[in-house]
Design a protein around this ligand. Structure first.
Ligand code: SF4
Ligand code: SF4
Length: 704
């Protein structure tokens, strides 16, 4: 047990933990390089398993854009496309890194298959078999890419329900988005889908046309100015082109720029997935260029949006001689372009690119081309992106587990009520014990076996990594039950100590505690660790915690593997027959020991318990004690963790909040000094010695 003079004080533990978490120099450069390496990986169908994912294709060739490959049949016709997820989407999985996935799509818009080529998901690397992931991605084969896919149970008629990977929900949610979004974006790029199908939205129109000043202020017109100096024409900073541009589909913008009749005419001609882009220039130069006159191609101007590049021909163009808004400036030239092909997404930012040819003075015909660009993003008040069928993974997770969330929060709420109203809940020692046992059963059955939500030290790794790198709330929110449990743990640990979780809610801790009770009922002997060894052993859990946390920076996979010292995964998440003999043996050792020793894993080994001890080491409201507890010591007989010191005070680090001592403290039938006081009070007359004893007890009955 840790005495007051112990070298391992809560403050020192806290300081060490903070030091550990904010030791950025520990991050591994090798790991960073490895990530960058895999993120740079390009598709090569001569080496990658393209044939397996695109049945019917006998040959493959890279697309002109280079970000996907085409699959061709024996006649040389395209039967589908293949792409690497990292070329199209940026979805980070549980590890904080993307899962490199090869996805196939056919000409009908069906996903022809998906295969994970690389990943750093720890939960899959340790314990959960790779087959679970293979089975998960297999589900998407032959499903329409535009369908709605929900991970977990769903009552929606028109959605596919994909079974989550037990114990790897975040991985499954991320992989769902990775496959679906890659297929859809690939489909939009090759023309199987329009962007509007992939990412629907709508314009918000206003009755009254806006003024020019309003459009500028609201950033519905953007400006791109290129000086004569930048063009290499002269040293003057005068504008060569001073371009204003914007999307003219919203009626209050289109009418303000084109005028009412002109706007109605053009907007009426647009097909599905087409948009109007206005560009006009108030400076003497030209954005239309001479190639337009000669060949009908606008070579000086184009639109870039993500990987998509949109160029214009004369068939997409109409002249715009002036601007309708009264306060608009005189223009030198103007154009109304139609963004065709379903490749433009009004909900995403885009660049208008002006290609300027700069005379470099090396010769009459020697020219150097320079690009100038400006970005526009339509505000949500003008273009609203509809809630995508594939909302963020964490939202899906919360929706699909509503019933589980309710069950868990009800249980946690009841435990909190027990502690908030402990004056009443602990007033009767027998009913307090029954309440505690009931909680142990619910924790083991509901939180562990049914909800399969054991909190683990691996989540401390995630917290540590997020604190030092990219903080992603979405990652924490992706597993609602674990998120709620951590909120609960933080709150109760600060107020009442970690014992509220460890003693009442932790499914494995409860299982251990119940095993110990079964051992007593079976009449098995109790093995008590000698005090000196016990004191040393209690430090072990901090050593394990700190070692794992440091190891995580150097080798996250190894740390996750070592974190299997927690038997939680073997108990609640993974079928025993899929585990290696070493895991099973370790589990059996702990299981057997818990019948003979009171919660051996919790008291000596659990790194999570070590972390929570530090969190709750300065709890605000420990179990109540009185001054006479020091001499009485009855409570210590019922304190199975041995957390009551010889002087009657409680060792916060070892207390598991069973509340036996507080029930005794409140009991006028069990607490000897209180019984003594009552007996003295019942006497009609007291001797001087009795009076002195009563006075002493009354003083010592005050809380300490
Ligand atoms: S010490 Fe670990 S296993 Fe034991 S109750 Fe606490 S968290 Fe659970
Ligand atoms: S009996 Fe021991 S473990 Fe239980 S609340 Fe009291 S000090 Fe903590």
């Amino acid at each position: 047990m840790l005495g007051r003079d112990s070298r391992l004080t809560p403050s020192r533990l806290l300081a060490a933990m903070v030091l550990l978490i904010f030791a950025p120099s520990l991050s591994s450069p090798a790991a960073a390089e490895k990530t960058a390496e895999s993120e740079r990986r390009t598709l090569d169908c001569s080496a990658d398993p393209c044939a397996a994912l695109l049945p019917g294709a006998s040959a493959f060739r890279p697309s002109e854009r280079g970000d996907h490959w085409e699959g061709l049949d024996a006649r040389g016709e395209i039967v589908g496309w293949l792409a690497l997820s990292t070329d199209f989407v940026d979805v980070k999985a549980y590890s904080g890194k993307p899962m490199l996935t090869l996805v196939g799509l056919d000409t009908e818009g069906l996903i022809t298959g998906a295969r994970v080529l690389e990943h750093s998901e720890p939960i899959l690397l340790v314990g959960i078999p790779e087959k679970a992931l293979t089975d998960f991605v297999e589900f998407y084969t032959a499903k329409p890419a535009l369908s709605r896919f929900v991970v977990g149970r769903t009552l929606e008629d028109n959605a596919f329900s994909v079974d989550a990977i037990s114990g790897a929900t975040v991985t499954a949610l991320s992989q769902n988005i990775t496959i679906v979004e890659t297929a859809r974006t690939l489909g939009a790029e090759v023309g199987v889908f329009s962007v509007a199908e992939v990412r629907p939205g709508h314009f918000i129109h206003e009755e009254t046309p806006w003024t020019f000043a309003q459009m500028l202020e609201g950033e519905l017109l953007q400006r791109l100015t290129v000086s004569e100096k930048a063009m290499g024409i002269s040293e003057s900073q005068e504008a060569y082109v001073d371009l204003y541009f914007g999307i003219a589909d919203p009626s209050h913008i289109g009418r303000a720029v084109l005028g009412e009749r002109n706007y109605d005419h053009h907007i009426g001609k647009l097909a599905e997935g087409e948009y109007l882009l206005v560009v006009f220039n108030t400076a003497p130069g030209s954005f239309k260029g001479s190639a337009f006159v000669r060949g009908g191609i606008f070579d000086r101007i184009r639109v870039l949006q993500g990987l998509r590049e949109i160029t214009f021909r004369d068939t997409d163009y109409d002249n715009l001689p002036d601007i309708a808004a009264d306060d608009a400036p005189e223009i030198n030239e103007g154009a109304l372009f139609v963004l065709r092909g379903g490749r433009f997404d009004p909900g995403e930012p885009y660049d208008l690119v002006f290609l300027g040819s700069r005379y470099d003075k090396r010769g009459a015909f020697s020219r150097e081309f320079r690009q100038f660009s400006a970005t526009q993003q339509l505000p949500d008040s003008v273009y609203h992106v509809e809630a995508n069928s594939d909302e963020e993974p964490w939202r899906q997770a919360w929706k699909s587990r509503t019933a589980d969330i309710l069950l868990l929060t009800t249980f946690l709420g009841l435990v909190v009520l027990v502690f908030v109203f402990r004056r009443h809940s602990m007033s009767n020692p027998d009913s307090a014990k029954r309440l505690h046992v009931a909680s142990l059963f619910v924790a083991f059955g509901l939180v562990g076996l049914y909800l399969r939500a054991p909190v683990s030290v691996t989540q401390i790794f995630t917290l540590q990594e997020s604190a030092l790198g990219e903080w992603r709330w979405s990652l924490f929110l992706s597993d609602p039950l674990i998120f709620i449990l951590w909120l609960f743990i933080t709150g109760v640990s600060l107020v009442w100590g970690r014992g509220v979780f460890c003693g009442w809610v932790c499914p494995y801790g409860s299982f251990n505690r119940l095993c110990y009770s079964v051992g007593r009922r079976l009449g098995l002997p109790v093995f008590r660790v000698p005090p000196r060894i016990h004191r040393q052993l209690t430090r072990l859990r901090y050593v394990i915690l700190f070692t794992l946390c440091i190891l995580f920076f150097w080798n996250s996979i190894l740390a996750e593997r070592m974190a299997e010292i927690e038997p939680f995964k073997s108990t609640f998440l993974v079928s025993a027959w899929t585990r290696s003999p070493a895991f099973i043996a370790w589990w059996l050792v702990l299981f057997a020991a818990s019948f003979l020793v009171y919660r051996p894993f919790c008291r000596y080994i659990c790194p999570l318990g070590g972390g929570l001890t530090i969190l709750g080491s300065h709890r605000i409201s420990p179990p109540r004690r009185r001054a006479f507890c020091e001499s009485c010591k009855v409570c210590s007989r019922d304190c199975l963790p041995g957390a009551i010191r010889p002087d009657g005070t409680i060792d916060t680090l070892e207390c598991l909040s069973c509340m036996n001592c507080e029930a005794t403290y409140r009991s006028r039938d069990l607490c000897p000094p209180l019984i003594g006081l009552d007996q003295l009070a019942e006497k009609s007359s007291l001797t001087a010695a009795e009076e002195a004893k009563r006075d002493r007890l009354l003083i010592e009955a005050r809380d300490i």
